[in-house]
Design a protein around this ligand. Sequence first.
Ligand code: AIR
Length: 452
Amino acid sequence: MDSGKSRPVRLGLALGGGAARGIAHVGVLQVLWEHGIVVDAIAGTSAGAMVGAMIASGVTPDELADIARASNWWFLAKDISLRGGLLGSGGIERWMRRYIEDKTFRDLRIPLAIITSDIVTGETVVFTEGDVAWAARVSASVPGIYAPVEYEGHLLVDGGITQNVPVETVRQMEVDVVLAVNLNGTFLHHIRPERPIEAMQQAISILQRAHIGKQLENADLVVTPDVKDLGLTDFREAEKFIQLGRKAMEEHLPKLQTILSRAAYTKKGQEPMVDQARSEENPLIGVVLGSDSDLPVIAPGLELLRALEVPFEVQILSAHRTPEDAAQYAKSAADRGIRVIVAAAGMAAHLPGVLASHTTLPVIGIPIASGRLGGVDALYSMVQMPPGIPVATVGINATTNGILLAVEILALTIPIFKDKLRVYRQDQREGVLNKNALLQELGYQGYVDRNG
Ligand code: AIR
């Protein structure tokens, strides 16, 4: 079993219940796997327990996506119980066994905890030992649909009654960061129960809200796929659920990566070297100015970062006036989650080169036209770096290009920024086409007159 103990930061997942909506977990997991984010522990409830059990036993998210798309989900209705007209949940267990066989918790690659509830006492009963398929089936035994399961004096049903998003449990599994996936966040909208069973499910969900809210407060990051248009029994919409899970996780990926870097940083027992109070939350781009007099040139770039919803921070640090602070900033930037540094300075502008010499993060230099030489001095100071310490230098006062280049670097690993850049380019194209249409309409002289 890969306990992952040697890694600096351990990530735990709390996968919530939500019946068919549980398929959205698969999309979330695909994105984590695609970005090489290692999961060290999983706690799962109900559908979250089923997905968690499969993943922990070595089924990949892509394989699970294929299984979800291909399944006819008939196993959920099979195995009618003679007790009280309720269904037995043995069908779920047999279906799980097709993929994870008779694995016990000890056989799993990722430590797993499965949440169930005792319907007599109202306690949470957590399984971390024994047969995994059986525990997952009990965790998914929705009361009122499936018969409760007897176990050592307990009468067990769906874990969602007591801990629907098991943040509390995964916190106890020696993890540093908890990512919670909540599938009920949008449940109350758009769904009008028609049948008694739907009314009961809706009622349970309403009652779950309070305890889910409390659980989520204890998570480091909560991902809530926007499943409001799909119900608890829409098993045929597997593809839609997967895509919604992917989208939600992709949107939260930069934040997760920053939280993981931050956790590694704090864990090393170091104090942040740069005043955090001056920083925005979880910045990915660090913009450093040689002086406040450079700010008017750079401000439109900061507006652009806001428009593209890229988390950033701005600092004033000078290679000559505050050399130690500038060096410390560069040394600590990567550990604080910064991915790219943009450094703007005028005159003998050594700032980008000095920062680059203290970090392997990419550094982009923007020469500022602040002295008598009109920025040529700053351009020359930046552009001819000695081999070995590169700085990507853009044109004099070329704030937009410097900032866009930084976002393009982020987009290599964070897909959401690729989409935002595409939209930016589309807007730019439309702007030019509109101008051309106006030029054709007015003629060149009319166009000049109109623009004064
Ligand atoms: N500068 C500040 N420290 C080192 C350098 N090269 C640059 C600033 C600014 C210019 O010097 O980036 O463009 C003039 O700075 P100030 O503060 O006098 O306006």
